[in-house]
Design a protein around this ligand. Structure first.
Ligand SMILES: [Zn+2]
Length: 426
């Protein structure tokens, strides 16, 4: 073997560091926290718990039903602007504050969704009892948006200068039929420089979502001529057909692994008890760890509804007086994807966990992180600390006890991946 070749082989041999992985992680998190600005930012959380709680209550009390997030976005813009961040609201309603990094071409996005599942008119007044706060949306995502503002404020008041630009985004359209449109827009806008996305959603510090659960939302509609319950008896009935089809659909076998689920979440139709309805609809949510199973389940829904319509048109009664039509439409689709186990983003999260003495498990879930993950951009979704429960119900609650851990975890993760700019020698 020629000496030059040996050299080349040695050069390209993977280098193994002598230090075990966790030691290296610890080293990177403690290097970060050796920086006085970063330490000051971490300390800010412990000094301002009531400001954070009050901000959470204030933002939660501004209604933000799907497609009506404007008022909450405006309040958030004001808060981020107060922090001294240049902030704008984009064309679909996302509010974005920018903490410019030394390297402006590379971006880390920290986001929290603004929208709730609750329709306009829902009472969102926050009640406090003991340490707890209660209101629809208080945890999902009052916790996330309060954390976003708090992290921005902590970094600004401590004069943290990141290496990569950090964007603080309160985004629209995460829940239900919002179909992740806010995150789609953000990824679209910043795609070129986007290195990582950290999504803050709800409470907790015990998990990290690195796997995006693929899901689809479908609406099945059956229509017919409609008529009078007595004089038009025999007229094919869209509700009957839909019920027949739905019964077939819910008998569909789904695998335990890959885990695959379905839910008929809404049903509507008809105008009065003594009318043959002219329309009936169901909304169905299907999810799977595997995209193929999702396709299979969507086909099963179409076949079931078609069969339900056929069943309804069959004898025993004369159906010559009208026919039924049906359709199944896709309301939304969330693509799947996974973060690589050796991604720098996951390493940053693990380093933050070790530094604060936290343990967290990997989860698969359907979140705003689905969009970047499906496009090969590193992303995670995490809770913003404290504990909460009753998400998507009127009994939703949040307890800020231990919130500081979640805020530190998020801040260290974001700075772990964004980096802190080297101070110029003076
Ligand atoms: Zn949420």
């Amino acid at each position: 073997m020629k000496p030059a070749l040996v050299c080349a082989i040695l050069l390209f041999m993977p280098v193994r560091s002598a230090a075990p992985l966790h030691t290296r992680r610890q080293a990177s998190a403690s290097r970060l926290t050796e920086n006085p600005q970063v330490r000051a930012a971490l300390d800010w959380f412990g000094r301002n718990p009531s400001w954070i709680n009050d901000t959470q209550a204030r933002l939660t009390e501004i209604p933000a039903p799907p497609y009506q997030e404007e008022a909450r976005a405006a309040a958030m813009k004001e808060l981020l602007t107060e922090d001294g961040l240049p902030t704008n609201i984009d064309k679909i309603g996302n509010v974005v504050g920018e903490l410019r990094g030394a390297n402006e071409n590379e971006i880390v996005l920290l986001s929290a969704h603004l929208d709730t599942v609750f329709p306009a008119g829902t009472n969102v007044k926050v009640h406090r009892s003991g340490g707890r706060m209660m209101a629809p949306g208080i945890s999902d995502n009052g916790t996330g948006i309060a954390a976003l503002v708090a992290i921005a404020r902590a970094m600004q008041s401590a004069h943290v200068k990141p290496e990569r630009t950090i964007l603080f985004a309160g985004n629209v359209g995460e829940e239900g039929e919002g179909n992740l449109r806010g995150m789609r827009e953000l990824v679209d806008t910043y795609r070129k420089g986007l290195k990582a996305v950290v999504v803050l959603d709800g409470s907790g510090t015990d998990y990290v979502t690195t796997k995006a659960l693929a899901s689809r939302r479908l609406e099945a509609t059956v229509t017919g001529p409609g008529g009078h319950s007595w004089s038009d008896f025999g007229m094919p009935n869209p509700i009957n057909a839909l019920v027949r089809g739905a019964v077939r659909f819910i008998n569909t076998k789904v695998p335990v692994s890959p885990r695959t689920t379905f839910n008929i979440g809404q049903i509507e139709g008809g105008t009065s008890v003594n009318s043959v309805p002219y329309e009936a609809k169901i909304k169905v949510d299907i999810r799977s760890e595997n995209e193929e199973e999702l396709g299979r389940l969507e086909s099963a829904l179409r076949e079931s509804i078609a069969a339900g319509v056929r069943d309804e048109m069959d004898p025993p009664r004369d159906r010559s007086r009208g026919a039924l039509e049906w359709k199944v439409e896709l309301l939304g689709s969330r693509p799947g994807g996974e973060l690589s186990p050796d991604s720098p983003l996951l390493a940053a999260l693990r380093a933050a966990d070790e530094f604060i003495g936290n343990q967290s498990r990997i989860e698969r879930s359907s979140t705003d992180a689905n969009i970047p993950l499906s496009m090969g951009i590193d992303a995670i979704s995490i809770g913003a600390g404290g504990t909460g429960g009753g998400a998507h119900s009127l009994q939703e609650w949040y307890d800020p006890e231990g919130r500081e851990t979640g805020l530190k975890r998020a801040l260290l993760t974001v700075l772990g991946i964004a980096g802190v700019a080297e101070e110029k020698a003076r």
